[in-house]
Design a protein around this ligand. Structure first.
Ligand SMILES: Cc1cc2nc3c(=O)[nH]c(=O)nc-3n(C[C@H](O)[C@H](O)[C@H](O)COP(=O)(O)O)c2cc1C
Length: 231
């Protein structure tokens, strides 16, 4: 059983809400895992060159090349992204766009895998989790859980959070705001969010160990996707 995860956060692991949540999901699976941070990786978006159509292999040579085989080999994935403008951030989108290489001529490399989608935002984390879910749907991967939490907007640490008129602390608490340690959002202090992450990990373990059949999973996701597209 192989489980692989990505944290799309641009921040160092010890201050990233995304990394902490993805890690918490994994720790609760009880399965050995590989968690890769996309921070600092060079992954460009799909350029629609169609070079992958014949053999389902992307011809762009960057940090995605080394990840391809790991993704194919994984039975399940945990993918986390910060909310950047109500979407996943650019590196996470690039990673997911490049899955276009798997989508040709009935290639089933990704079909029937399971995923937990993780999203963290200074306001909300659901937008990136929904994007991850939808891109996984297109690849016939079932989202077994979405885990979302509130992280610390950069305005809490940039040095101008109390005086900048458009800083998140000013917008949330008003012009007289004094930033204190306890008002800085931290997913680890959000009991409900940590519980969601723990339950998602347990759920993933149960699904993988109770006769996970990728063919049936893929059929079900395709049925839902076709209903969605027909609507
Ligand atoms: C360029 C940029 C855009 C952002 N846009 C949003 C947004 O639209 N909504 C939101 O809730 N948070 C937004 N944020 C805040 C981040 O989602 C927040 O800091 C989150 O904690 C980042 O996750 P991380 O701690 O794992 O890096 C934005 C941050 C950056 C740097």
């Amino acid at each position: 059983m192989k489980i692989l995860g990505f944290s799309g956060s641009s921040r160092k692991n010890d201050v990233s809400g995304v990394y902490k949540l993805v890690e918490t999901v994994f720790e609760n699976t009880g399965i050995a895992y590989d968690l890769i941070s996309l921070r600092g990786k060079k992954i460009g978006g799909c350029i629609a060159c169609l070079g992958c159509v014949k053999d389902n292999m992307c011809k762009i040579n960057d940090d995605m090349t080394a990840l391809r085989e790991k993704i194919v080999e994984a039975d399940a994935l945990v993918i986390g992204s910060p909310n950047y403008y109500s979407n996943v951030n650019a590196i996470t989108h690039a990673l997911l766009e490049r899955w276009f290489q798997f989508r040709h001529r009935g290639n089933d490399d990704l079909w029937g895998k399971l995923v937990v989608a993780v999203g963290v935002g200074g306001g909300e984390g659901l937008s990136p989790a929904n994007v991850i879910e939808q891109i996984c749907n297109y690849n016939l991967i079932e989202t077994v859980a979405k885990v979302t939490g509130q992280g610390a907007a950069s305005c809490y640490s940039c040095g101008y959070g109390e005086t900048c008129s458009v800083s998140i602390p000013v917008m949330q608490y008003g012009k007289e705001v004094k930033i204190t340690e306890d008002m800085i959002p931290d997913v680890c202090k959000q009991a409900e969010v940590m519980k969601l992450a723990a339950n998602a990990g347990k759920n993933l373990n149960e699904r993988l160990n109770s006769g996970h059949d990728p063919k049936i999973v893929a059929q079900n996701v395709q049925k839902k996707l076709m209903e969605q597209m027909a609507a």
